[in-house]
Design a protein around this ligand. Structure first.
Ligand SMILES: [Zn+2]
Length: 459
């Protein structure tokens, strides 16, 4: 639950899930013992046509949305919308428009590149080929297949690295945001890759093994395991993972801390500590977030945020984050993601059981590991169309947290001040096209938040 729209393209959540088959009826793991696999088939037109339709529909929609967005930014680039008079001076506003346009253009290139890579990977037959080679070299079995899925994920991340580099060291740097160095950037990537191997492979192994252990209902068990993993990660992430990348320190004693803790007490949050993260080591962007639940709840402020806002504005940000806690947004979001996860596993179970699915992509038989990987790769083609719905839920929570902050602070002024200051410092796009924000923004725009804060509760 972040305070602001995160100023980067949100990657599709790659929920890597399992795939199943009634073990007693289907050859679950075909290539035991290093025998040469059955002949690989070509990718079947039965899936090629619908796949290309889905791919082009998403690609076409994304490019069209980006074009609309670019046009909208240019249309307003001359002058700030009247309602936002005073948010930024003219020069900053021009710079924000240029930054928004540059990100928009970059996003289009990323979208196009991603679609081409996805089509190539799925339709070229490289996946069944690589699995056959992989199992020949490493043997068959769940460990090997789990590692293959992770290896494909890492290979795809590798292909994305040049764009990532350009985004950090060209785009973000051009607008004065980048603080990362090539060494830090590279270390980040290596650590992230190591985490995928250390956490992802064992989790995939459990999920794939459940097919043999639990039989036909394996996917319900897999859902429970992955959901449990998510719950553990919510608690463990800020304690164990985040410190691998950033330094978290308790807010230093002083007037600010006293005031913020008093606010936390007053609103029933009862914080023992508020943490500060050294976001400035990578980027000049600022934000704050709330995570965890129960006694594991945590509020984290970026050091850049503390540098940019005054005390009243920081209190407003804190009150907003406490609003997420008091309104139960984390458990509600968890429930929503549990529903999606269960749906995802049901789909994977069905696909892995369907004799046509894996062979249609060139795999020798219906098996869980390929079905799982294909689902992870292709699921986004379908879930993309759900993003307006998920964003609408998220935006509703943002309005609720804003309303909570307004009530806690006795008026909207400090929160409006914070939002305006951060829009200025982050060079936020103040005029995204409404359709673009419907698909891509988990937070309402500045104008929408101000309107809601000025009026009644947005519900
Ligand atoms: Zn929020």
């Amino acid at each position: 639950m972040a305070f602001l729209e995160v100023p980067h393209n949100c990657a599709d959540s790659a929920a890597a899930l399992p795939a199943p088959a009634p073990a007693e009826r289907l050859p679950v793991f075909l290539w035991r013992g290093g025998a040469p696999p059955r002949k690989l088939g070509p990718v079947d037109h039965v899936v090629v046509v619908p796949l290309l339709v889905l791919l082009s529909a998403k690609l076409g929609a994304e490019l069209a949305l980006a074009r609309l967005n670019g046009r909208e930014i240019r249309r307003h680039a001359g002058a700030l919308p009247a309602a936002l008079e005073g948010v930024m001076d003219r020069a900053t506003y021009q710079k924000a428009a240029a930054y928004s346009l540059a990100k928009n253009a970059f996003g289009q290139r990323e979208t196009l590149f991603g679609a081409v890579v996805l089509a190539a990977v799925v339709l070229s037959g490289v996946l069944p080929w690589s699995l056959a080679r992989w199992t020949q070299a490493l043997g068959a079995g769940q460990w090997s297949e789990a590692a293959w899925i992770a290896a494909v994920g890492l290979a795809l991340a590798l292909v994305d690295l040049p764009l990532d580099w350009w985004g950090t060291f060209r785009l973000e740097a051009r607008f004065g945001f980048n603080q990362s160095t090539p060494a830090l950037w590279l270390t980040d990537k290596l650590k992230a890759g190591a985490l995928v191997v250390a956490l992802g492979v064992p989790l995939l192994w459990v999920v794939l093994s459940l097919v043999g252990w639990a039989g036909r209902e394996w996917w319900l068990w897999a859902f429970a395991v992955v959901m449990g993993f998510q719950l553990v990660m919510i608690v463990a992430y800020p304690k164990l993972i985040l410190p691998l990348f950033n330094k978290l320190t308790p807010l230093a004693a002083g007037e600010l801390k006293t005031e913020l803790l008093a606010l936390a007490d007053r609103t029933g949050f009862q914080a023992r500590t508020i943490e500060v993260i050294d976001g400035s080591k990578r980027s000049g962007h600022s934000n704050a977030f709330f995570t965890g639940f129960g006694r594991f709840r945590r509020i984290v402020l970026f050091d850049t945020l503390i540098a940019q806002l005054d005390r009243a504005e920081l209190a407003a940000v804190l009150a907003h984050e406490i609003g997420h806690y008091k309104r139960g947004h984390i458990p509600k979001m968890l429930l929503l993601s549990a529903g999606l996860l269960l749906g995802g596993f049901a789909a994977i179970a069905w696909l892995a059981r369907s004799p046509w699915f894996c062979p249609a992509f060139g795999f020798p038989a219906a098996t869980p590991a390929p079905a799982l990987l294909l689902f992870a790769l292709l699921g986004g083609l379908v879930t993309f169309w759900l993003s307006p719905l998920l964003n609408a839920v998220s935006r509703r929570y943002e309005y609720e947290a804003d309303a909570f902050a307004r009530a806690a602070l006795g008026g909207p002024a400090p929160l409006v001040g914070a939002l305006r200051r951060l829009a200025e410092k982050n060079l936020s796009n103040l005029t995204p096209h409404p359709w673009f924000s419907t698909f891509h923004y988990s937070h309402p725009t500045l104008l929408e938040r101000e309107r809601a804060l000025a009026g009644g509760l947005p519900r």
